[in-house]
Write a protein that binds this ligand. Sequence first.
Ligand code: BTN
Length: 280
Amino acid sequence: MNAKALNPFKSIPSTPESVLSTDEINSFLSKDIAFNRIILYSSLESTNDIAKAMIQSGTSQGTIILADSQTKGRGRYNRSFFSPPGHGIYMSIVLRLDQSYFANHLSLVTLTTAVNICESIEISTKKDPQIKWVNDIFLDGKKVSGILTEKVDDRENNPWIIIGIGINFSTPVHAFPIEIRDTAGSIFSNDPPTITRNQLIAEIINRMFLPCSLEPQIILSEYKKRLMLKGEETLITGFGNPFKGKIVDVDEGGCLVVEKADGQQISLSTGEISSSMCLS
Ligand code: BTN
């Protein structure tokens, strides 16, 4: 779907307190984190795409690309991610895989990011987000955030990962394209923001770079606490024919353990689940 055609950008007023500022973000960052720098754009096609270009032209470990809006924001399965200005967080964290904490925990990158986003929202807003395996964050039944993790090699064949984070921060419900209005929400869609986007961004960056927020056993247990649809019949897509299965657990490697109709348990490393309301 063409992101540009979907975006009624002009109809959403932004407010002065919603201005993104690297100075304000930096003022909230922990002194103990080792990242490179934040590069802020007013608008670009996709922070993940800029990150890829930077990796090819030579960038440093720990660079963060942030944009106020995207015209071609992307999600998993090449879906578009609605990214209007003034109301969202669109950022990509660029890590040289072999020099990063995730070198030995590649399968947990998206799970770790999901937990860190949830904890950042909880601590700064007192709201109660949940996670739909593997990469979606929900609040009050609506998707408010998605994660797109991509692995690319640079020109010398060194492996890098790009962790793309999209958050609907204060987008009003009526501003979402009609196609996603029933399923998409934002953190502050009904109430005025009590924090700035800059504060939430800093919370997330701190967690993504502090070793204590990356411990696999803790991440898995925090992920499971927030896992949606556990024990429920779901529809699993992304592997040829869709099939039904009951969500049992998430295993050590971050795979979703599902029980099929015949009782057999399988572990999924990719794919997508939908609630039983989608079952025919
Ligand atoms: C999903 O919902 O499947 C993932 C959405 C990820 C969106 C973010 S916004 C920042 C980064 N740049 C992109 O083009 N996508 C990710």
